[in-house]
Design a protein around this ligand. Sequence first.
Ligand code: SAM
Length: 257
Amino acid sequence: MPWNPDRYHQFQKERSAPFEDALKLITVREGLRVVDLGCGTGELTRRLADHLPGSDTLGVDSSAEMLIRAEAYARPGLRFAQGKIETFASSQQGGWDLIFSHAALQWVDNHRVLIPDLLKLLNPGGQLVVQMPHNFSHVSHRLIATIAQEEPFLTTLKGWKPDRPVLEIERYAELLFECGAAPITVFEKVYPHVLENADAIIDWIKGTALVPFSERLGDLYLSFVERIRAHLRAAMPGSPVFYGFRRILFSASLPVE
Ligand SMILES: C[S@@+](CC[C@H](N)C(=O)[O-])C[C@H]1O[C@@H](n2cnc3c(N)ncnc32)[C@H](O)[C@@H]1O
């Protein structure tokens, strides 16, 4: 997928609050072996690594564009590598004390398999800490789904729809329990954002939810965005607009053997 680091960074300030909440879920210990899955441009991975004294941290991301930026944050004890989360999860190369993922697992399918696979890669006493958007019921996301069903987009997309692998929070709690994790913390939080107008929400989703549409729609992508924009302006007129953004956060630890 064509990730654009500049566009993604436009709302960096708004994205830092869930990161701070995810950091608070981590049990800090000296010398942890850490992986950040879907590390993006790396500055949050750097903050994660700096938060964990003596840690050895690896940031993994599938996007070469994002990783070029990430290299600037590398230091002894922090490195980056290109790779897919699903390959990492099924690799059985365990030995991690902390598997962390911020705003990335929503791009990976089949969480009923993914989450247990990730837990299997942890050392005894290891921890999985995840934050994912769960905002599909917001009008902006409903408009994406509706307009993708309209012509000429429907024909060009050939029946393709973005995957929505994110489960309800109770399912994560059950999955983590079934895998023997304890303690488990799972919650959903609405992050309140006040943005200038509906166009700002369009800018936001251009850096995230609309990314998979840009390569699939090609020349039609611009008119797809403009049709969503017209409807969103009607649904959210005026300035400023309130953008309540739901996210799921969870943490699960394995027992110390
Ligand atoms: C929304 S960004 C989050 C980046 C960073 N963690 C942050 O919070 O700022 C999502 C990142 O996940 C990466 N990503 C998406 N699907 C992936 C996959 N299947 N394997 C590895 N990385 C993936 C993208 O390249 C992108 O950098």
